[in-house]
Design a protein around this ligand. Structure first.
Ligand SMILES: NC(=O)c1ccc[n+]([C@@H]2O[C@H](COP(=O)([O-])OP(=O)(O)OC[C@H]3O[C@@H](n4cnc5c(N)ncnc54)[C@H](OP(=O)(O)O)[C@@H]3O)[C@@H](O)[C@H]2O)c1
Length: 316
């Protein structure tokens, strides 16, 4: 079958399309893949210093949706070891362990599900975590950092549709984010604030952070009393140069969000909500940019350079 493959070599990783890749047999569900998507982690799985790929050769692609052979059921899968230690979605077929399979929720097509993908699922988990910590639309503005990326843009779309006043921080232009419903667009520098200050002006009722580093630290210093920040990404760095002051003076919370290991029951419930009350409204237009296996090389290079906006989906 046709597959995009990353393989370790003596000097790095060779990545590209192969026409004759064979999957090993196994006690798994064979999925005829219709759509996959491009995530930051997929790009990391194809470069030597990415430290994501755990097998070689590897078909990357942490997201996939398609039809299960035999049952004919429409399904999706993401995370766990997919596209990391187990062949993923960048191929015509995938062998997926049955315990990783989520039935495609009613009301979502395979294409729409992959427009959401790991990124949108993670955005939804951030919103769920913030609301469980008490966030409501009348509490005040919610900051989304790295807002033009996959997680960020879907978070803006979900939050705006739920009635939140969304402030998007970005290194890019504002048009895309305003079209998704952001009330205001600010620079990364404004979100990061002044690292020398113990606290910023109390501004954010909640934060969805895709960036980490100085930006997350600044966002925490800018949380209102009792506010919370959901941390899910590290495109701006893995360090968190904060003090305890926002925590002990304003009672704020830092919530960690992981999409990879969510237990399957919770994952399936979250997907049902992504098809209903957490559904991002712009699945068919602004959010999705379409590519195919031939376009993957370029998309992977561009996501690493921070150049992609919204979600890039891969037609198999
Ligand atoms: N916890 C989890 O389970 C989970 C799941 C999915 C993703 N993630 C992580 O979440 C992050 C976002 O993933 P994604 O798929 O949305 O990636 P993405 O589409 O590449 O978006 C990342 C965004 O971060 C911003 N950015 C890039 N480089 C930056 C820098 N040097 N400093 C500050 N901002 C920078 C850019 O947005 P602007 O130009 O708009 O600022 C970029 O669009 C990644 O770190 C990814 O690994 C984690």
């Amino acid at each position: 079958m046709r597959a995009f493959v990353a393989e370790k070599t003596d000097d790095g990783v060779e990545r590209g399309l192969r026409d004759d890749f064979e999957l090993e047999d196994g006690d798994r569900v064979l999925v005829d893949v219709a759509w996959s998507s491009v995530n930051y982690k997929d790009a990391l799985a194809t470069i030597a210093k990415g430290q994501v790929a755990r097998i070689s050769p590897l078909i990357p692609g942490i997201d996939l949706a398609g039809t299960a052979e035999g049952s004919g059921e429409e399904v999706l899968a993401h995370g766990y070891d997919l596209g990391v230690a187990h062949h993923g979605g960048y191929a015509e077929y995938a062998h997926v362990p049955s315990e990783w399979i989520v039935p495609l929720p009613g009301g979502l097509s395979a294409r729409q599900a992959m427009t959401i993908g790991t990124a949108g699922y993670t955005a939804a988990r951030c919103v769920i975590a913030l609301e469980a910590a008490g966030l409501t639309p009348d509490a005040g503005p919610v900051l989304v950092t790295g807002a033009s990326g996959g997680v960020g843009s879907t978070a803006v779309d979900i939050l705006a549709a739920r009635g939140y006043e969304v402030v998007a921080s970005t290194g890019k232009g504002e048009g895309f984010l305003l079209s998704l419903g952001a009330a205001e667009v600010i620079s990364r520098e404004e979100a990061a604030g002044d690292a020398g200050r113990p606290l910023e002006k109390a501004r954010w009722a909640g934060v969805v952070d895709c960036v980490g580093g100085e930006v997350l630290a600044g966002a925490i210093r800018g949380l209102k009393y009792g506010g919370a920040a959901a941390a899910c990404g590290n495109t701006g760095g893995v360090k968190l140069p904060t003090t305890v002051l926002p925590f002990i003076l304003r009672g704020v919370s830092l919530l960690g969000v992981d999409s990879v290991q969510t237990p399957i029951k919770e994952r399936t419930e979250t997907w049902k909500r992504l098809a209903t009350d957490l559904r991002p409204p712009h699945l068919e237009d602004a959010l999705a940019v379409e590519t195919d296996l031939d376009g993957l090389e370029d998309a992977l290079t561009r996501i690493l350079a921070g150049e992609l906006s919204g979600r890039t989906i891969v037609r198999l």
